[in-house]
Design a protein around this ligand. Structure first.
Ligand SMILES: Cc1ncc(COP(=O)(O)O)c(C=O)c1O
Length: 474
């Protein structure tokens, strides 16, 4: 019998395809309503933390250098009040075998897929994750298919996404490049069903448990070198796994008082799913176009329940302009001799400003770098921006308008970051959760779950529900 491959038919088989392609059923963690057993789901990965860490170390992942950026710190201090300017450190994740922290995220999925006898793995991603999966799979003899959202309807692709396809293919992966739109999820399901490959989803518990080693390494290395855990860790935020996994690792290691800050490039006003706006941005990840919707509704991902739940762990959410990130990329290269890619430098740009608000003896860790090259570099990005009608100039980044211009700061003191109102973000989370689960009245269990989801307490959740006029069990 031939399978019905119409959009609706494939979507209606989603649950059964996922169950086969992941080796477990999400239904077992559902408790009804909004709540589900998040920790139970994370614990269902059949490896201990030590087993995950050992596997990574044997496959070119982890144990990356933690470097102090002395010159950048010095420059930040020239812009700060007397006695202020924390020491800025960076975890050099570019030295993972695939060139980014995504190797950590890929390794546990591949470890599991190999152990379960799958012939190959599939990952839906336009980013570094494809290379992470392809690299890990190549090492153990599994096939890889990467499904990318790549082109606008003219067939034009962002240089960074093209670069990532190139890197995946170089490692032996097959890359399916699609135009922007809903076909990504559909096509991913068709391929999973057709091949019987493992779904190496970015958002499965395998992926996010693999990132915990990053947080543990940061905590342990700071303790060893500086005698304390870092005061602040900054993580570039898009789908939220990077921050979730790192923060879980910090907690696992005992760094309970470390403030965790999410950082995203400000692309407000641009629509990611819009054909004609898709190529008007210079950053393909770590931006608000993913960061805000995923933070306020994490289950929009390609699995029924996402393991990436950043609002559980973030204390603050800070955004930065595109021009400021380009500027910091150049400073990192010229002052520290490190030429690195855009995603880690998003956090670094935020760190440059946040450091100025902390005392000199505080430690601030930017938790990743990523490799750069071909399409990721500043030059192809700014050329592409100009070709797409974006005005690129030097000046005050406070005047930057996403999709219209890119303003490289004319002085380091002008690097522009903005604090998001975290309570507004929490309120949006609560509103979305109630709406998407179609709940008439929020139960006691849901109240407690929501409090954990937004890193707050039940009274705060009740306050939001009162404001939104949503009933709950008293
Ligand atoms: C190097 C790098 N850093 C950070 C991120 C953001 O991670 P997340 O989507 O888990 O928030 C990505 C994701 O594309 C990435 O490739």
């Amino acid at each position: 019998m031939t399978r019905d491959l119409s959009y609706d038919a494939v979507m209606s088989r989603n649950g059964e395809i996922m169950k086969k392609a992941l080796g477990f059923d999400y239904a077992q963690f559902e408790t009804g309503g909004i709540a589900f057993d998040y920790e139970g789901m994370m614990e269902s990965v059949p490896y201990t933390f030590e087993e995950i860490r050992d596997y990574q170390l044997n496959h070119g992942v982890g144990n990356t250098a933690l470097l102090e950026l002395r010159n950048l710190t010095k420059l930040a201090r020239t812009c700060a009040p007397e006695g202020m300017g924390a020491r800025i450190l960076v975890k050099d994740e570019a030295s993972n075998v695939s060139g980014s922290y995504k190797a950590r995220r890929a390794s546990t999925s591949v470890q599991y897929a190999k152990a379960q006898g799958f012939e190959g793995v599939i990952a839906a991603t336009s980013g570094n994750y494809g290379t992470g999966v392809a690299t890990q799979a190549a090492m153990v003899g599994l096939k890889t298919i990467v499904v990318q959202e790549c082109f606008d309807s003219r067939g034009v692709g962002q240089p960074e996404i093209i670069e990532k396809a190139r890197a995946c293919e170089a490692i032996g992966a097959e890359v399916a490049q699609l135009t922007v739109g809903p076909e990504l999820f559909y096509y991913n399901l068709v391929l999973l069903e057709e091949t019987g490959f493992f779904n190496a989803s970015l958002y499965s518990p395998f992926g996010v448990r693999g990132i915990e080693t990053l947080g543990v390494e940061i905590a342990e290395e700071c303790k060893e070198k500086y005698g304390k855990y870092p005061e602040v860790v900054i993580a570039t935020n898009a789908g939220g796994g990077n921050l979730t996994g790192t923060a879980r690792g910090l907690l696992r290691a005992g760094a309970k008082d470390t403030e965790v800050i999410a950082a995203s490039v400000d692309l407000s006003g641009l629509h990611m799913a819009s054909d004609n706006q898709f190529n008007r941005k210079s950053f393909t990840t770590g931006h608000t176009g993913f960061g805000v919707p995923f933070a306020t509704y994490p289950d929009r991902s390609d699995v029924p329940r996402s393991a990436a739940r950043p609002m559980r762990y973030m204390d603050r959410y800070v955004t930065v302009t595109q021009g400021s990130v380009f500027y910091i990329t150049e400073l990192l290269a010229q002052l520290e001799g490190m030429e690195r890619g855009p995603a880690g430098n998003t956090s670094l740009a935020v760190a440059f400003k946040v450091a100025q608000t902390l005392p000199e003896d505080a430690i601030l860790v930017v938790q990743e770098t990523e490799y750069t090259g071909a399409g990721k570099h500043i030059n192809p990005q700014l050329t592409f921006a100009k070709e797409n009608g974006i005005d690129v100039r030097v000046g005050d980044p406070a005047e930057e308008v996403p999709g219209e211009n890119i303003i490289i700061p004319s002085h380091p003191s002008l690097v522009k970051v903005s604090e998001m109102d975290i309570n507004k973000t929490r309120r949006s989370y609560v509103k979305n959760a109630v709406k998407n689960h179609k709940v008439e009245e929020v139960s006691k269990e849901d109240l407690e779950f929501l409090a954990a989801e937004i890193k707050s307490d039940v009274d705060a959740v009740k306050g939001f529900l009162d404001e939104l006029e949503i009933p709950y069990v008293k």
